[in-house]
Design a protein around this ligand. Sequence first.
Ligand code: ZN
Length: 114
Amino acid sequence: MNCHICNAYKHEKILLDNERFFVIEAKTKKGHNKRYMICSKSHVKHDPTDVYDVLEAVGMAYQLFEEDFVVFNGVFASIKEHEHFIASDRHFEEEVVDITKEPRIEVFLKRKND
Ligand SMILES: [Zn+2]
């Protein structure tokens, strides 16, 4: 199958892996220090309204960040045929797309010293 995300699971470095999702580094960082793709393992069409999957993605992102982060639910995703989310830090200055229009979950991590 000629799917970018299915191929990525076979060939790219997997940063996190569980029963349903895996994480790879996003190729384009768009001005962020950290930007990841959190992808379903099954080749299923993206459903941005699936709350269970959004929460799963947030949970995985939580393991990747030590700073505040954002999970985008992929309404503007270029790959629609394979469910995935984008997680990035909150440095938005260089984002090309107007991400303020994209539905997202922002997570503010409370540090021990705060
Ligand atoms: Zn796929």
